[in-house]
Design a protein around this ligand. Structure first.
Ligand SMILES: [Zn+2]
Length: 592
């Protein structure tokens, strides 16, 4: 293995050396002004630090991450580079905003405030960066308008560019040109011209809300990067870095050339192999939430897992005399923590053996400027979360009851009330789209948001009694606890020799017949974060762009004065929507 590796290196080195020689001649004769001056060291180090898939996690979690502490690590590295005359480039590889509540309720503004303070060089756009849709009102309600409005607002807020070279506008056939969104950027780092290109995974537009990416398509990564890198090189770039919202996954980081612990089919490896040698020096990868610190076909690829819990790093050592990259040095993803073990240096929770974390020879301290930059948006979010909706609960409402979902029933009641003439509403919580219980006490916006943080919209469909019955029987047969929330229909399930059988009754007790046509209301899929609130909800789903947002419908329902009596609440949450006879449990057991 090692013998093969070194042969491969030699094979690559020979043409590289020839090129170095010819370039040296060119430098010496044609571009003397760019060579190192006598008082400058020949080699200069550019530390490229990568973050990716932050998913809105601005604050520490389980003792790891948090943007102020991450900024502290970057500060220590900047101090080291200042001493040796080098520079740090801070690059984010996308999926930056959607995830934690503090970021979601500011539509990512909190994160851009922090990134501006941290001095980011650039960030790539990721699939989930489209998730927020249009710009929200201050009360976190989606305003009508451009469904890419929130993303464009974040780009406009940033003091560094958003990069998306392979995001093609169907109308022009060219990369999108939104304010501060562009294919690449050329920056000066310690006197070295560095080109940074942003791309996203070929699957990006299938991994966000479809309505938000209409009229866009993704161009192949490798050919896009090759064309853009050539353009940047022609414009003077001496180092080319790709911020890729596409990645891979390896288990070990001790041997950068050893890919045996890696997923070999990783998208970013294929991209690296498809690129001509010498075009790209570094790829800061993302999207898969994996870790990388590996050389693939001469390109240094790094990836820092996710949620700001680690940062990735590669040092590019640049030779000022030849104006070429002398070598790249890879570092294993570095966990971001305040405490480390005194002996191993690994992150630990506060323990007897723990000492303050050190990086680049200095203790790591949270960056005060980043803390300060985040304060106004955090304050706005906390105020919004504390807003009461006018209803108070005497007892908590659970997501999961025996067969039904009490919160699901409540959501279904709200959805049915919102659609005139609706017969039934169904909320399928099978994939845990409802994310939290509602605690007792006043219902606040924050608590409702914790239950359903997604921006799915209401959908209406017409369905026969028979089709609804078949769908419900199939759902009940799965035996998933707390899967169903229903309104307007009661289900009597019984165990017959051929399996589960359901009879449907209107709430008034009248049976629903097989050929009855029912107006049904449910939640449009998919939800964000890959968590589906309603997998295969009652068959097909129509367009949802202009339909109301589910959470806003439920919020209004709670807010409507006097309409939600305690009796109605008890009815919505405690009634058994699914009446199973005594044998149904046995029947479920037999069928599973
Ligand atoms: Zn992604």
């Amino acid at each position: 293995m090692r013998g093969q590796e070194s042969k491969a290196v030699v094979r690559r080195m020979v043409p590289g050396m020839l090129m170095l020689a010819s370039l040296w001649l060119a430098t010496a004769t044609l571009r003397p002004g760019l060579a190192a001056t006598p008082d400058q060291p020949t080699l200069v180090t550019l530390s490229i630090v990568g973050t990716s898939d932050l998913h809105g996690v601005a604050l520490p979690r389980n003792g790891l991450g948090g943007l102020p502490l991450l900024a502290g690590y970057v500060n220590n590295l900047r101090a080291a580079r200042t001493l040796d005359g080098g520079a740090v480039l801070l690059i984010d590889s996308g999926d930056t905003f959607q995830g934690d509540v503090e970021s979601n309720l500011s539509e990512g503004a909190l994160i851009v405030d922090a990134y501006n303070a941290m001095g980011y060089t650039a960030e790539a756009v990721g699939n989930h960066d489209f998730d927020f849709g249009s710009v929200d009102s201050p009360a976190a309600r989606q305003l009508p308008g451009d469904l890419r409005g929130a993303l464009k607002a974040r780009a406009a807020q940033a003091r560094y560019p958003f990069l998306a070279a392979n995001l093609i506008d169907d109308a022009t056939g060219r990369p999108v040109e939104w304010p501060n969104v562009r294919p690449s950027v050329l920056v000066d780092a310690a006197g070295v011209k560095v080109g940074v290109i942003g791309v996203m995974t070929i699957d990006a537009l299938r991994s966000t809300l479809a309505a938000n990416v209409q009229g866009l398509r993704i161009a192949p990564l490798a050919s896009t990067i090759a064309a853009e890198a050539s353009r940047l090189r022609a414009a003077g770039a001496e180092v080319v870095v790709v911020a890729a919202h596409a990645g891979g996954r390896c288990e070990r980081f001790d041997q950068p050339a050893d890919l045996s612990s890696c997923e070999s089919e990783s998208e970013i490896f294929q991209v690296a192999r498809d690129l001509r040698h010498g075009l790209v020096d570094v790829i800061a990868a993302g999207h898969t939430h994996g870790g990388l610190a590996h050389h693939v076909d001469g390109i240094a690829i790094v990836q820092p897992f996710s949620r700001g819990q680690a940062l990735s790093r590669v040092d590019v050592v640049f030779d000022r005399s030849t104006r070429r990259v002398a070598r790249t040095q890879l570092f294993a993803p570095r966990q971001v923590c305040a405490q480390q073990d005194a002996i191993t240096g690994n992150c630990v929770a506060a323990a007897a053996s723990a000492v303050p974390a050190k990086y680049e020879g200095r203790a790591v301290a949270p960056d005060p400027a980043t803390v300060q930059a985040m304060a106004p948006a955090l304050q706005r979010v906390h105020t919004l979360q504390a807003t009461t909706l006018g209803t108070s609960l005497e007892v908590p409402i659970q997501r999961a009851g025996e067969l039904g979902s009490p919160i699901g029933n409540l959501f279904a009641d709200a959805l049915r009330d919102a659609v005139p003439g609706a017969d039934v509403a169904v909320v399928n919580n099978a994939a845990r789209g409802l994310r939290a219980d509602l605690p007792d006490g006043p219902i606040t916006f924050g608590r409702l948001y914790d239950v359903f943080p997604f921006d799915n919209r209401v959908v209406q469909i017409t369905v026969t009694g028979a089709a609804l019955g078949r769908w419900l029987a199939a759902e009940i047969r799965q035996g998933r606890r707390g899967a169903l929330g229903m309104s307007g229909v009661a289900v009597r399930a019984s165990c017959l020799p051929d399996g589960i059988h359901v009879d449907l009754l209107r709430t008034a007790g009248r049976p629903i017949h097989d050929d009855d046509r029912l107006l049904a209301v449910t939640i449009g899929a998919p939800t964000l974060s890959g968590s589906l609130a309603s997998p295969a909800p009652l068959g097909g789903i129509g367009p949802t762009e202009n339909a109301p947002v589910v959470r806003e419908v439920v919020e209004d329902w709670f807010r409507r004065p006097g309409h939600l009596s305690q009796g109605r609440l008890d009815d919505a949450t405690h009634r058994g929507s699914v009446f199973a006879d005594a044998h149904t449990a046995d029947c479920l057991a037999q069928n599973n």
